[in-house]
Design a protein around this ligand. Structure first.
Ligand SMILES: NC(=O)c1ccc[n+]([C@@H]2O[C@H](COP(=O)([O-])OP(=O)(O)OC[C@H]3O[C@@H](n4cnc5c(N)ncnc54)[C@H](O)[C@@H]3O)[C@@H](O)[C@H]2O)c1
Ligand SMILES: CC(C)[C@H](C(=O)O)[C@@H](O)C(=O)O
Ligand SMILES: [Mg+2]
Length: 350
């Protein structure tokens, strides 16, 4: 089990420490952790946010654990050198087109959600976000209009193969859950979404046991707050999935709780929290490591088929939250290390 560990920037470094302690507490027989620089840290050391040595490690490893990237000191760099380019580049390089972002209520946290407790308590959904296409990867740039005005542009595009492969993942995921799939788009305005809806409807023919619905993204955003319990699997494109998942995190209680798995055709996956490097709290030891720890659980499940070990981690995190060990993001006082300590203690007791 050879894991590339890319902690990255800001709180990425802090939460990764706790995540690795949790993995080590499982005493996995052949765990090999190998670290490499990514993001702003890599730019400052090697002149590139995703240096060749990091890519080489990623290619040789069985899976990648990724913290977060983003460094305000890099804000004015050329687009290709910005830390964020590293995570986009990695997703593309690893062909991890399917991003699983589960959002599930934690017992005891309902009152800390941005929603009414009874509404929050019903959350158990999976956002299936397409990850290697859309407006993120289309032609983009700056130019001057004929009238001499500065103009920025980003082309949004999807081809039918990109849509159908993520749709298959979504239908299969729904089959393993409550068999409901809601595809989220903006087909009343965007041509990419018209095609998206067309292709999803075609793929649906292979999955007659799954109940498919379509929803416009603006409505979906509202429905996530009004009645998130109605959703099982939400299938959507790259940009909509980015936004909806941050929103879903606050319905659960905090962005520090939501993990993700980015998968392609094989078993090699990229596992990272949905949040970023949080420069506003970096270095203070108060970041919530739960999302990072839960991402490691997703890694054990999806890359190594270790369902029992994944569940052990997930149960430990849930119990720690239920016991009231809460980070600052949830109105508590527990530090990053204290949360890590509590999860490790639960694991040792289980
Ligand atoms: N995958 C990634 O690496 C990733 C994801 C999102 C943002 N970013 C980058 O991170 C940088 C900061 O972006 P942002 O501020 O918009 O988003 P962010 O997710 O880093 O932070 C948003 C807010 O949530 C809080 N927060 C985030 N994670 C937390 C945690 N684990 N515990 C407690 N509080 C937490 C932060 O303190 C901040 O107030 C930017 O450079 C951005 O591009 C990277
Ligand atoms: C940092 C950024 C490129 C990234 C994205 O937009 O995908 C982040 O917001 C995420 O959700 O992982
Ligand atoms: Mg995001």
């Amino acid at each position: 089990m050879h894991i590339a560990v890319l902690a990255g920037d800001g709180i990425g470094q802090e939460i990764m420490v706790e995540c690795l302690r949790v993995l080590e507490a499982l005493s996995l027989p052949d765990l090999k952790l190998e670290h490499a620089d990514v993001g702003g840290v890599a730019y400052h050391k090697h002149g590139h946010p995703l240096p060749p040595e990091t890519l080489a490690l990623v290619h040789s490893a069985d899976a990648v654990l990724f913290g977060a990237v983003g460094d305000p000191a890099c804000d004015n760099l050329d687009r290709h050198l910005r830390p964020e380019q590293a995570v986009l580049g990695l997703r593309k390089e690893m062909h991890t087109f399917a991003n699983l972002r589960p959002a599930k209520a934690f017992a005891g946290l309902e009152g800390l959600s941005a929603l009414k407790p009874e509404v929050a308590g019903a959350i158990d959904l999976l956002i299936l976000r397409e990850l290697t296409g859309d407006i993120y990867f289309g032609d983009k740039g700056r130019r001057t209009t004929d009238a001499g005005l500065r103009e920025g542009y980003d082309i949004m595009s999807y081809d039918e193969n990109e849509i159908s492969r993520i749709a298959h993942v979504a239908f299969k995921s729904a089959q393993g859950r409550r068999k409901k799939l809601c595809s989220v788009d903006k087909a009343n305005v965007l041509q990419t979404s018209v095609l998206w809806r067309e292709v999803v409807n075609e793929v649906a023919a292979d999955y007659p046991d799954v109940e498919l619905s379509h929803m416009y993204v603006d409505n979906a955003s509202m429905q996530l707050v009004r009645n998130p319990g109605q959703f099982d699997v939400m299938l959507t494109g790259n940009i909509f999935g980015d936004i909806l998942s941050d929103q879903a995190s606050m319905c659960v209680g905090s962005i520090g709780l939501l993990a993700s798995a980015s998968l392609g055709e094989g078993t090699k996956g990229l596992y990272e929290p949905i949040h970023g490097s949080a420069p506003d709290i970096a270095g203070q030891g108060i970041a919530n490591p739960s999302a990072m720890i839960l991402s490691a659980a997703m890694m054990l499940r999806h890359s190594f088929g270790m369902e029992a070990e994944a569940l052990r981690i997930e149960t430990a995190v849930a119990e720690v939250l239920q016991a009231g060990v809460l980070g600052h993001d949830l109105g508590g006082k527990a530090s990053t290390t204290e949360i890590g300590d509590a999860v490790v203690a639960r694991l040792s007791a289980s």
